[in-house]
Write a protein that binds this ligand. Structure first.
Ligand code: P6P
Length: 330
């Protein structure tokens, strides 16, 4: 990328839209509002320690997990902005059991699935957290939206991405034409293109898994993890174990450096912990667009036919050779 060639996210989206004349700009409007949500949540995340919004909200979400105030605030920000966009018919969120219908979205074309703030257990300890989104087209503009419009396979996504609130705030997304990363420049409050056309390394030396659950994993996964920890100078093993406990932070590092993130089935989470619709599918779309792979241990994540909004799935995601290797061992 040429030096001092500042391309803002808005400009990039506008340029992309010009490549597809049939696009009426609804998707661009959603991205404009996702970007605004990112800036608002970024502001709240950065101030969390200063304003008494840390700690638990005192309620639990549909997952039975304690809601952090920032979880609730982030969810409300996304809902309010999607309502205003007029380009979204409904939203499914990790924080809400049912469908959020956008009041002025009856004739809108797009459906949004979000994890408004993933890694919430890291909020109070200042570790990186993030927001994840996945966008689908409704199945039939002439028919009312039903659950079937929401329970579409990951291969049907029209766009997916995340915002990581880390040492820098980044907006990383795909519309099926590669993956591009934008870093927030606070001085001008613009996301600027910093990571054009991200391609994840075919292999890597990092594995990300909660080894506290090791004894509960399928034998093939235990074998793979022990292989990663084995000694082989030529293959540069042992690999490095890196696990932040925040999917977006682990995923983002592995995307750029190469590596694999594993959340296998455990006794406590026999179907894995991560949710298919608004965590695994969007991250799988991104990783495949960047040349990586994502599997549930039996099949490609994006081929799974969803049956419930909040269903979970095991996930093995990252560098293609590493995913192939653990699949081979399973
Ligand atoms: P565990 C955060 O709650 C999350 O959904 C992911 O962001 C993270 O990778 C995972 O769960 C951590 O789960 O069971 O290892 O604490």
């Amino acid at each position: 990328m040429k030096k001092n060639n500042v391309v803002t996210l808005n400009q990039f989206i506008s340029d992309q839209q010009n490549k597809f004349p049939f696009v009426q700009g609804n998707l661009s409007r959603i991205f404009r509002d996702l970007q605004l949500a990112a800036k608002m949540i970024n502001r709240d995340v950065r101030q969390a320690g200063l304003i008494d919004i840390l700690g638990n909200f005192g309620e639990t979400n549909v997952q039975g997990e304690e809601q952090k105030k920032l979880d609730v605030i982030s969810n409300e920000v996304f809902m309010r902005l999607m309502d205003m966009s007029g380009a979204v018919v409904c939203v499914v969120s990790e924080e809400d059991e049912g469908i959020h219908w956008c009041p002025d979205g009856a004739d809108a074309k797009y459906i949004l699935a979000i994890d408004p703030l993933d890694g919430s257990s890291n909020i109070d300890v200042n570790a990186s957290i993030g927001s994840i989104f996945s966008i689908y087209k409704r199945l039939d503009m002439d028919k009312p939206v039903t659950e079937a419009d929401i329970l579409q396979k990951g291969i049907e996504q029209v766009a997916a991405g995340y915002i990581i609130y880390g040492t820098a705030t980044m907006f990383v997304y795909t519309t099926g034409n590669g993956v591009n990363g934008f870093t927030l420049d606070d001085s001008i409050s613009e996301f600027c293109l910093s990571h054009p056309n991200i391609q994840t390394p075919k292999s890597g030396k990092i594995f990300s898994v909660n080894e506290g659950n090791l004894n509960e994993f399928p034998q093939g996964v235990i074998d793979y993890i022990n292989w990663c920890k084995g000694t082989n100078k030529e293959e540069k093993r042992p690999y490095s174990a890196r696990y932040i406990g925040s999917l977006i932070a682990d995923f983002h590092r592995n995307l750029l450096k190469g590596g694999i993130y594993l959340y296998p089935p455990t006794a406590k989470a026999p179907n894995g912990k991560l949710r298919l619709l608004y965590e695994c599918n969007p991250m799988s779309f991104l990783v495949e667009q960047a040349g990586g792979k994502a599997s549930n241990g039996q099949q490609r994540i994006m081929e799974i036919q969803p049956t419930e909004f909040h269903q979970r799935t095991p996930i093995f995601i990252g560098s293609a050779d590493m995913v192939d290797q653990v699949m081979g061992m399973m």
